[in-house]
Design a protein around this ligand. Structure first.
Ligand code: PRP
Length: 207
């Protein structure tokens, strides 16, 4: 599996704000949004372009647009914190939604929402979720996408655990990972260490 760690000084600074337990919900949301811009920007670096002729105020020239804008898929809840910024960077993108809650005991993802186009053949997909912990939620989501014909999926996660990276690798699913950090490990409760706690709670409050 292709893994890109966006190890940029500005990304590290945002991630540090997110990790800091003193960061309140509003500042956490802002840091997630800013980091999302950096991750999506890097994830789209190799995207195919289509030429487009334009007239500047001075001359005619050839410019470019994305040949095939991706489908964005935030994984609710926490992925919603990344959705608007990703959409601002790629305004032509469409958006689908997947809702999953991880069972605190079994750590298995429980689906509660799914709103996706039926045919994803030939469409690149960016899945947005701040956390890749065991990898169960991401693998579940990617399976929904590949069942609809997707073959080009990029997981965009602020943070990943080595266990989740390995789980995705072993799954054989067609996915590339773009993240700001691969942390040390998962603890017994399935939290990333050192991590940042529960991204959904830190974005939106505990439920
Ligand atoms: C968190 C996180 C991921 C998932 C990661 O969501 O946002 O979706 O857990 O864990 P995994 O890799 O072990 O599957 P959670 O289920 O807590 O829901 P929330 O986004 O509503 O807070």
């Amino acid at each position: 599996m292709d893994v890109l760690v966006v190890d940029h000084p500005l990304a590290r600074a945002r991630l540090t704000t997110m990790r800091d337990a003193r960061t309140d919900n509003a500042a956490f949301r802002a840091a997630v949004q800013e980091l999302t811009v950096m991750l999506v920007y890097e994830a789209m670096r190799g995207a195919p372009l289509a030429e487009e002729r334009v007239h500047t105020p001075v001359a005619r020239t050839v410019g470019h647009r994305l040949a095939n804008p991706p489908l964005l898929v935030p994984v609710l809840r926490a992925g919603l914190g990344m959705a608007d910024q990703a959409h601002k960077l790629i305004p032509d993108a469409q958006m689908g939604f997947v809702g999953l809650a991880r069972d605190e005991e079994t750590l298995q993802p429980t689906p509660y929402m799914e709103s996706l186009p039926t045919d994803l053949a030939g469409r690149p997909v960016l899945v947005l979720d701040p956390m890749l912990a065991t990898g169960g939620s991401m693998a579940y989501t990617i399976k929904l996408l590949t069942d609809r014909g997707a073959t080009d999926v990029t997981a965009i996660c602020a943070l990943a655990a080595p266990e989740g990276v390995k789980f995705l690798e072993d799954s054989g699913l067609p996915v590339r990972l773009v993240t700001a950090s691969i942390d040390e490990r998962l603890n017994d409760s399935g939290f990333i260490v050192p991590g940042l706690g529960d991204a959904g709670d830190r974005l939106y409050g505990a439920v």
